[in-house]
Design a protein around this ligand. Sequence first.
Ligand SMILES: Nc1nc2c(c(=O)[nH]1)N[C@H]1C(S)=C(S)[C@@H](COP(=O)(O)O)O[C@H]1N2
Ligand SMILES: [Mo]
Length: 199
Amino acid sequence: MGIVSPGFKGRGGAGREKLPPGQYLVTDFPVLSAGPTPRVDTGSWELRIRTETGEVHSWDWAAFRALPSEEITVDLHCVTKWSKLHTPWRGVSLDTLLAEAETSAEYALARSYGGYTTNLPLQDLLDGQAWVAYEFDGEPLESEHGGPARLLVPHLYLWKSAKWVQGIDLLDNDEPGFWESLGYHNYGDPWREQRYWGD
Ligand SMILES: Nc1nc2c(c(=O)[nH]1)N[C@H]1C(S)=C(S)[C@@H](COP(=O)(O)O)O[C@H]1N2
Ligand SMILES: [Mo]
């Protein structure tokens, strides 16, 4: 026997070790939206973070774009089973956006233009795990993919990455979002295949 590392799957297996259970690879970028694409122009766009005590931090487009941003390359995993690897984005880290927020909240609810919501533990937005992204592949984020800006939380299934994000509420009590109320898993870890209630 030659030397073969334990994770090596051989020819044709490239990327397999990076694919969560039950997922398949795509090279295109599918669009999944529960409703029509809201037209949000950057002239009236605003991002609002609201803490559990009612304190609000908001940025208009110019203020948001003046914040330090990061280039990140991440893998996307949709609960409908497609995964897209090595996707390049630019966005502002939630660590930056939450830096001034005085909070002891444990939960977050992201709200989108158009009414979509999704919930997650506040901890999952921190420590370099989440961004408000406004560029994909070096170009302004297309509206069908959530432009002008979307939440990007790549370690959870992609429904947690709210497109057209408008605000994030920090909450003492967990509040299920749109898909979570309709039977999707409350947390949504693709590596533990947490697709639906009870998974
Ligand atoms: N506002 C909003 N955000 C959303 C959705 C949506 O319908 N509305 N769909 C979610 C789901 S189920 C997925 S898989 C991803 C799809 O992102 P994409 O269309 O850029 O592939 O967006 C998520 N964010
Ligand atoms: Mo999805």
